[in-house]
Design a protein around this ligand. Structure first.
Ligand code: SF4
Length: 517
């Protein structure tokens, strides 16, 4: 009988470096680097794939992969420490690079998580046992996972995670469940065979009730709100950054079985009070603007799910705050009850707050570079102070920066990276539709694509453009975007599928670094 795989050294190391809060003492880990190297070497020498006899039960195999994921993560972080986030490593591709060996096979963290853990075990509670080195992760366990009684250990981990207020908060007055973004990132793991956003929502609520004791009947019709994920390093030496203005992440999940559009961007033009060099829509005081007409808003209402997310893009919406408020009021009066998002540079803080105060289901997302003054003229201090004070009084209403950008005009020619969450919010997966005037320029990008048609409206007259700008004139202003949560199609494939700039309209729309408000 072969010797079962043992985790004594790994358990001993975890006991030394994991704090009571489940954070990691990386300085201590650096001192014990030799132990971690031995642990990693041991995992490299044998795995359930290379030595199945040493892992007789399914729980033994599962425990190995949970430990391997966590040990390889710490090893990869330590190689670059000090860093502030796993997204800030020198080599990048933290989750994709095959930099570790398990039982003789080179694997990436993504391989272990998606192919092995999620692909082979059908155990959603793994998400409360693996730790990717970020504050949003479950606390690191101060001991190795063992095959014996592993299911009970995982249940306890799920319960402990959900007991944290940042991970789960039920607001019975507002009839909302605020929950960790893990439940959105892996929605299908919690909802079984579900195929639509509504089914995913029910799957999350079911899981919550099974691990908290809350009766399902009590929260069955509650709205699920996914919290922002804190990607800061889970470093015991640093306080998590949870300031008044958090980083923004989209709230919607795009599911295969959805019959309605979940998210819609409205674009009013590129008229702006800034001229950021990296602006993806070429914003400028010389830009153009066209107010939202009833025809556009009616079409938006007819297209978007009544509880979806309507986003006001620019240009700078606060330069026409009255019209934006009017547009929001217009859709509310006609039954839209979802979330309204306004993208703004925040320079006109009072006007932005005025928009937010006009509608209690609204949020604002600030331009990251301008908010931080990084590579951009910063926000005037009084505007920043005003926004931060208001945000502190109204949690979850103002955010800094966002990761999904929409390129139009000159931005259509910029290169872009695959989005890290493409698998669940869809952009970058080759499913972008832009409808334009009279149906011109609508693009389809995949078998699952559904085309969104807009009514014809008169073209905006002779504006837009510095040299080199794709003509936005005649294009105008409303882009309707539909996205598909299907499998991740690499950027190159999207390019080949025909996402080329259409000079007659808003064209390619995609995620990228940079920004536009
Ligand atoms: S990035 Fe935003 S603030 Fe800057 S020019 Fe573009 S629209 Fe204006």
């Amino acid at each position: 009988m072969p010797e079962p795989f043992r985790y004594d050294a790994w358990s001993g190391l975890l006991a030394e470096i994991v704090t009571a809060e489940g954070k990691v003492d990386y300085a201590r880990l650096a001192e014990r680097r030799d132990v971690l190297e031995r642990v990693v070497a041991g995992l490299g020498a044998a795995s359930p794939e290379s030595d199945p006899a040493r892992f007789p039960a399914e729980e033994d195999r599962l425990a190995y992969w949970l430990n391997a994921y966590n040990a390889f993560t710490l090893h990869a972080i330590l190689a670059e420490y000090p860093i502030t986030s796993v997204w800030k490593t020198c080599a990048g591709q933290f989750f994709q690079r095959r930099q570790h060996v398990a039982g003789g096979r080179a694997l990436s963290l993504d391989d272990i998580e998606h192919e092995i853990l999620r692909g082979q075990f059908a155990e959603p509670r793994i998400h409360f046992a693996i730790n990717c080195g970020s504050n949003g992760c479950p606390p690191m366990r101060p001991a190795a996972y063992e095959g014996e009684r592993l299911r009970e250990t995982l249940r306890a981990a799920a319960e402990q995670f959900l007991a944290g207020e940042w991970n789960l908060r039920v607001d019975h007055d507002a009839r909302r469940v605020f929950i960790s973004r893990i439940f959105k990132m892996y929605a299908e793991d919690f909802a079984g065979e579900a195929g639509s956003t509504e089914e995913y929502r029910r799957g999350v609520l079911r899981f919550v009730t099974q691990h908290t004791g809350l009766p399902l009947a009590r929260i069955a019709d509650y709205e699920v709100v996914y919290n922002v994920y804190d990607w800061g390093l889970n470093d015991a030496a640093r306080t998590p950054h949870l300031g008044p203005i958090l980083f923004h992440e989209p709230v919607e999940h795009f599911a295969e079985g959805d019959t309605e559009l979940r998210e819609l961007h409205l674009y009013e033009g590129n008229f702006c009070n800034r001229t950021c060099a990296w602006c993806t829509i070429n914003g400028s005081p010389e830009g153009w603007y066209q107010r939202y007409s009833p025809a556009v808003l009616d079409q938006a209402l007819a297209t978007l799910a009544p509880d979806g997310n309507l986003k006001f893009y620019g240009g700078e919406p606060t330069l026409h705050a009255g019209e934006v408020k009017q547009a929001i009021r217009y859709v509310r009066e006609r039954g839209f009850r979802g979330l309204v998002t306004v993208f703004s540079n925040g320079v006109k803080a009072e006007r932005l707050i005025d928009i937010l105060e006009s509608d209690r289901r609204s949020e604002a997302v600030l331009n990251y570079s301008i908010y931080h003054g990084r590579d951009a003229e910063p926000l005037p201090p009084h505007a920043r102070a005003r926004l931060e004070a208001w945000a502190a009084e109204h949690p979850g209403r103002v955010f800094q920066g966002y990761k999904v950008l929409f390129h139009a005009g000159s931005g259509a020619d910029l290169p872009y990276d695959r989005d890290r969450e493409a698998g669940f919010h869809g952009l970058g997966t080759g499913c972008v539709h832009v409808s334009s005037l009279g149906g011109r320029g609508a693009r389809s990008c995949g078998a699952r694509a559904r085309r969104v048609e807009l009514p014809d409206v008169p073209p905006a007259s002779g504006r837009a453009s510095r040299a080199g700008v794709r003509s936005l004139t005649g294009a105008h202003l409303r882009s309707m975007v539909e996205r598909d949560a299907g499998g991740a199609v690499p950027t190159e494939a999207a390019e080949k599928a025909g996402h080329t700039a259409d000079p007659s309209n808003l064209t390619r729309i995609m995620p990228a670094e940079g920004s536009a408000t």
